[in-house]
Design a protein around this ligand. Structure first.
Ligand SMILES: *Cc1c(COP(=O)(O)O)cnc(C)c1O
Length: 468
């Protein structure tokens, strides 16, 4: 594909400006030695450029996108209509508050709805992503212990079935991370948890449903073990998709929770943002919340994001919440769980599941035996799916499952789509036994086939070098 710099030629442009009708003034300022090298293309060329780029990626609008732990569900277009209203897009972050009352009302009402859904007493919409929410939530926990003069608590317990950002966030806040293993059932090993807690425990971070797609059946016991040790319980609710409107972290004993609006609450996701990772807490932590448009809490942890957070993301989430309402929210969760279990049942005779129990909104299969029998790996299957117009599931995660593929169909897919996807998986399984070589070579049709991911991450080429 040609880059935008390689298209068009000097003099081509997209706009036709009226002729200049005032004298041209020479400015007495430092000047570039040569003109800035911007692309010169016509509007037609520009459209083709972006359309070609769009054709090289697979999005939710291109086809099934069952990326586990990420909830790539369809975002209703009505959210975009709400976010495009001039009253929301035309505000300036520095304009007087009394002229932005409508926007503050959006934040307030969304906070209220999210408090109700999570069972929390207070909520901040400032954090810009899930991991940013974790960081904010952990700062609340730290501020709480510090305010009590309890400075020994320097450890955060994180089960090995947690999302990878959990230990990273704890380390960012300066905590020592204590990892505890899962039991054979995929849930937290309670004995190991009891051994791990001490008067140095600041808290525990629980991803629930965990990265095996399981709701921890001992959740009430887990929070009470932590509380008995004097720690606080943190709920990673990025994937609240499975439980919203049905079970509330607050009722399970959690003190802090974060959500991902750009997963569960159907705001666009990917490409690095903007996102939103609201943090909810109990009453006794309210005074530590970050600075927000509503003011500066007494013992605030400070500012985590300027102005109103990612405001237009919140507008979209509010539109989603109001569209679904009290009946629609739990219905969405039930469908997410139903879709995952339906697909799991259609595959489990060929693809062994990491846990042979009912799942929540996602399931994890292990391709270890397939690899053993045929040499076809989880990577090969994932790459082959691209040739069938389907985005691969999450690969090699969670780390505790060998040759893992983690599938999250989401509630927005129809039964027909799930049937088709299951048929594709079954066909690939058969192919693996007949012609493994073809699968090692897949994908044949995609623009980027098998990049060297390590080199792409370590030595990214981000600058265009001109010939002359
Ligand atoms: C996605 C996710 C996160 C991190 O959210 P980001 O917005 O990507 O920072 C944290 N926990 C879980 C369980 C997630 O699925």
């Amino acid at each position: 594909m040609k880059l935008i710099f390689e298209r068009g030629r000097e003099g081509q442009r997209c706009t036709i400006l009226p002729a200049c009708d005032v004298p041209v003034a020479e400015l007495d300022v430092p000047k570039r030695e040569r003109p800035l090298r911007l692309p010169h293309v016509s509007e037609n060329e520009l459209c083709r450029h972006y359309t070609e780029l769009a054709g090289q990626v697979h999005g939710v609008n291109s086809g099934f996108y069952p990326l586990g732990s990420c909830t790539m569900k369809y975002n209703p277009k009505v959210n975009e209509c709400a976010a495009a209203l001039p009253g929301f897009t035309g505000i300036h972050p520095l304009q007087p508050k009394h002229t932005a009352e409508g926007c503050l009302e959006v934040l307030r009402r969304t906070e209220e709805m999210l408090c109700e859904i999570t069972g929390m007493d207070a909520m901040t919409l400032q954090p810009a992503a899930g991991a940013h929410g974790e960081f904010t939530g952990l700062l609340l926990i730290k501020a709480y212990h510090d305010s009590r003069g309890d400075h020994r608590r320097n450890k955060i317990i994180v089960p090995d079935s947690a999302h990878g950002t959990n230990p990273a966030s704890a380390a960012m806040v300066g905590y020592e991370v204590v990892s505890i293993p899962s039991g054979d059932d995929g849930c937290v090993d309670l004995e190991k948890l009891r051994e791990a807690v001490s008067d140095e425990t600041a808290g525990l971070m629980l991803t629930n449903p965990n990265t095996l797609g399981l709701f921890d059946k001992n959740i009430l016991e887990i929070t009470s073990i932590i509380h008995d040790a004097g720690g606080l319980a943190y709920y990673d609710g990025a994937n609240l998709n499975a439980v919203m409107g049905i079970a509330r972290p607050g009722d399970m004993g959690f003190d802090v929770v974060h959500l991902n609006l750009h997963k569960t609450f159907s705001t666009p996701h990917g490409g690095g943002g903007p996102g939103s990772g609201p943090v909810g807490c109990r009453e006794f932590l309210r005074e530590f919340l970050p600075v927000s448009p509503f003011g500066t809490p007494k013992h605030t942890i400070g500012r985590v994001k300027t102005f109103y957070g990612n405001f237009l993301v919140v507008v979209r989430a509010m539109a989603y919440l109001l569209t679904l309402g009290r009946e629609g929210i739990p219905e969405a969760s039930r469908n997410a769980v139903l879709n995952a279990n339906y697909m799991m049942e259609k595959l489990k005779d060929l693809y062994p599941m990491a846990c042979d129990t009912a799942c929540m909104h996602e399931f994890v299969m292990s391709l270890e035996s397939l690899k053993h029998e045929t040499g076809v790996s989880a990577m090969d299957v994932a790459k082959t799916l691209l040739d069938y117009g389907m985005h691969p599931p999450t690969m090699y995660f969670p780390l505790i499952v060998h040759e893992a593929l983690m599938v999250e169909p989401t509630e927005t897919e129809s039964r027909e789509t799930l049937d088709e996807a299951a048929a594709i998986f079954r066909e690939i399984w058969a192919k693996a036994h007949e012609d493994a070589e073809a699968l090692h070579e897949a994908p044949s049709a995609a623009f980027v086939r098998r990049p060297d991911e390590v080199r792409a991450a370590r030595k990214p080429v981000l600058r265009y070098t001109f010939d002359e």
